[in-house]
Write a protein that binds this ligand. Sequence first.
Ligand code: TZP
Ligand code: MG
Length: 405
Amino acid sequence: MGNYIFKRPYQSIRNKVASSQTTSEEVFQHYEFLRFVLRLPILMPRQPLRLIDANINRASEGLRLLEDVARFILNDAGLSQQLRAMRHSLVEETKSLCVKLLSQRDSEQDVGVGKENVIAREAKQSQQDLPGVITANAKRVAESLRVIEELAKLPEMSPVLPPAKFEQLRFTLYTLEQRLTSRILRQDKVKQLAGLYVILDRQALAGRDELEIAEQVIQGGAKVIQLRDKQSSKAELLPIAQKLKALCDKSAILFIINDYLDLVLAVAADGLHIGQRDLPLPIIRKELPIDKIVGCSVRTVSQAIKAQNEGADYIAVGSIFPTPTKKDATVVGVNRLKQIRQVVTSPLLAIGGINEDNIGEVMAAGADSVAVISAVLSKGDVKGAVQRLMAKMRMSRKEEHSAFS
Ligand code: TZP
Ligand code: MG
């Protein structure tokens, strides 16, 4: 019978309970009758309140951790804002119970304090890395929300604690956990984009061996290689992509494929590069494993904002200068890069007509990195060309402004 909180006006019920074998359900019904007649407050069971209090605390602690990962590690304003909104709505939904919950808190008597249970042990084991920490905390939040949801279904609870709200929060969490984990899994790859990005355009290679040139590019110190071919069949490209992938893996270089989602999947490349006429980014995201990066080419400020909102891992802005490599490319100029830099926080890659003479200007305009074809592939000394471009890029990079840092 100690299950329910009795106040002085309910003394008669208390006496009745003490002197008979009345069940708690009967007590609850008596009380509900009196409550209706005397306009008394809703009777709250004591133990569920204690459980709800503990689980609200657990859920909001876990949410805070996820929010901080999004904010301080990923610098992702959108994601951290969504997690903060979730935490606030948890507080909002339970606000009316705040005093009652605090009254039932009895941390000193908590038999679970200081004891490591199986879940905690498993969580610790999986927390060796950041994705593990995220998974463990998201699980903790989901479990707590589920507990609150189940308790909210008790007849005496549901009027003040709508169970559907907690179910909704749980499903929002599942989506945010997936976004957070996939961002974390791609973060290291995105960081590598800070190095020079060399596009192995097979037409620009003009019959030279892709693998030999790729080796020189890697020796020069480039950090990303993209395979681009606007003419060959995918059947022709597949073995080339496989060899390049193996070489890049061996050298810890990122391997990106232009245009072809299916080739990325077939060779397990690190990512895909798309333009404005390729499949939309949200469709591509659904098809690619969550650890693959996607880059998107843009010409305008609105295209850049859209690419960022749709979750592009990097945005290629170009063509910055006129280029013989892509004669039909719209030349957008360095100013366009500056405009995009002002509104977009995603890593920006400048592309189009960039060489040793203008790379400094492009970096100063806000590029995080640079992608080149002819500045490397038109040179006899490929390795030397990469080294010189990288040296100039390093010189002009202002670390504190880099989206990769
Ligand atoms: N997209 C915009 S310009 C361009 C592409 C693929 C060509 C870049 O080649 P280059 O030789 O570095 O100007
Ligand atoms: Mg394309």
